[in-house]
Write a protein that binds this ligand. Sequence first.
Ligand code: PLP
Length: 443
Amino acid sequence: MYLHGTSKINAKGHLEIGGVDTTDLAKEFGTPLYIVDEALVRQRASEYVEAFKASGLKFQVAYASKAFSVMAMCAIAEQEGLSLDVVSDGELYTALQAGFPVERIHFHGNNKTPDEINMALEAGIGCFVVDNFVELHLLNALAAEKGLTVKILLRITPGVEAHTHDYISTGQQDSKFGFDLANGAAKKAIQEAIALANLEVLGVHSHIGSQIFEVDGFRMAVDKVSQFAVEIRKDLGLTFQVINLGGGFGIRYVEGDTPLPIAQYVGAITDAIISNFTAAEFPLPEIWVEPGRSMVGDAGTTLYTIGTAKEIPGVRKYIAVDGGMTDNPRPALYQSEYEAILANRANEANEETVTVAGKACESGDKLIIDLELPKANIGDLLAVFCTGAYNYAMASNYNRIRRPAVVFVKDGQADLAVQRESLDNIVANDVIPARLRKAELAK
Ligand SMILES: *Cc1c(COP(=O)(O)O)cnc(C)c1O
């Protein structure tokens, strides 16, 4: 059994996180319940910050809030000195409502609407990461209307794509994001941006993938961006002040996942930047990164109650929990794998192999296939690990199932960060058109 962060098995044989017994959490807050190990989130944040400090470079560590965007998480990001990436008006609103410092907010996305851009301009956010030519001119025009000059990075597609253990360098990259480096679009974008009076180009952004376990892809991206920096300075006279290398740093979901220590990813990036820019006799740029998954992923645990079981002799045994694809769509979407234990009987030996099913009306609603467990009883608590990133953020109300509550635990204390949705929340936006109302039909 692999336990993350402050998780441990206590004297009662119960899973404890942040010094809080998970069986007590189930009693107090109900299930399903997302539990966030606050100390582990803070530890991850400080691993990034300390690694950058060690490099001597100027930096920003921008938490990619799409991984888990709630106001309490924005508060922690602020306290840890992080910046924040947002991708929609909803994520921006969450950050603003949390009082997150606007100058440390970066706005991403390949289709920011005029309303979203205006909202961000009015808030005075620190930087837009411009994705395409349409946005480049729209942003300049909207900034001009307000008499503003806006700091931008241009998102480039460097032709490096990284996946877990392998990385490929492609000439022409088929991506909906960014300006292609190889076909000249990136250079053209910079040329156009320089000519636009209400934009200030700070530099470029590159994001090469997700759940990456190697540093080679990041080194390749740094090399491509460094060569581009030389070309742009020579041909267009612009010196990059900022280079953003995106996110994608991997975490351990299951045995066999082999993430590197955060310091190693950061060290590879900062070393490559320092050596390339020193060789080119350029001033050292400020480096930004955007970790999402690796900031919160392993700090999250989802606690469920086992409600029913079904054994098909010779085939498999299902146990069904009180959540599923509605609170964690990743297994159904990407065949993602998770580890889990019985939180109330964590010391007992495994005796059977089960498949954990959710409660939604989809045969594909399975959280874990072939999980080794003690013989589970109805009413036992199942704790699924590593659910901090892209779980609550991707949760849905399919089947009108209510989204779970989120609690932050630390030093023996548990605090609600998001309330469980109520049945009234479920119908809050529904309207019965007047002509469909019973009184109307009775006429
Ligand atoms: C998704 C994304 C991130 C965060 O990725 P993680 O794999 O969660 O670290 C960062 N930057 C950009 C542009 C992204 O699209």
